[in-house]
Design a protein around this ligand. Structure first.
Ligand SMILES: [Zn+2]
Ligand SMILES: [Zn+2]
Length: 199
């Protein structure tokens, strides 16, 4: 989707209810492409009451709220909460302020800690976000060093694009195989579901 010279997207339907955005010409902000503004939602959907978008196996819920804090922001906000949390009363956030004093929601720390402290989730996220990418990065670095050695290229000299691409393709394929294996194990352990969502 391309914005025009005024930073506006062309008219298209709301991704939630299907109503045409800015249909009456009085809701230009629905199509305004500025940072933090465009969400693909009409004003009614943006301001819709809180909804539960996901329930986890340990009772935690993923909650979606209308935008909070400084006006102009259009993105709905997501918080994970435990209904029995005494700190946030199951809302997943507490009101505080940002650096300029604007009221804004802060994650409920006890809920966050409890959620990410689940051993299965912690293991899966660590593997996916840290261990696997680190492994691939280390292999890539080794491959580059080996190439330079074999072709007597000095450190820092540019490796031709086609040679880099030829080395990169099998590595990417291997990364995807390992990722798929990780997901299979996580699914078998009930940590993620068939769609890859954390459970
Ligand atoms: Zn809508
Ligand atoms: Zn809480």
């Amino acid at each position: 989707m391309k914005m025009d010279r005024n930073g506006m997207y062309p008219q298209h339907p709301c991704r939630r209810c299907g109503a045409m955005l800015n249909a009456d010409g009085y809701h230009a902000s629905e199509l305004y492409a500025g940072v933090g503004c465009y969400t693909g939602l009409c004003d009614a959907c943006k301001n819709a009451p809180m909804t539960v978008v996901w329930t986890y196996r340990d009772g935690a819920v993923r909650l979606e709220y209308p935008p909070g804090g400084p006006s102009g922001r259009r993105n709905r906000q997501h918080y994970t909460a435990y209904p029995d949390c005494t700190q946030c009363k199951g809302e997943g956030y507490r009101w505080g302020s940002n650096v300029t004093g604007w009221p804004m929601r802060h994650y409920c720390e006890p809920c966050l800690r409890r959620w990410s402290g689940d051993p299965g989730r912690a293991w899966y996220e660590r593997m996916r976000i840290r261990t696997l990418p680190d492994l691939v990065q280390a292999r890539w670095t080794r491959a580059l060093v080996a190439y330079r050695k074999a072709h007597r290229l000095p450190m820092g000299a540019r490796i031709p694009d086609d040679a880099a691409a030829a080395m990169h393709a099998p590595m990417l394929a291997q990364y995807q195989r390992i990722q798929a294996r990780l997901d299979r194990i996580a699914r078998a352990r009930g940590i993620i579901d068939d769609d890859g969502h954390l459970t």
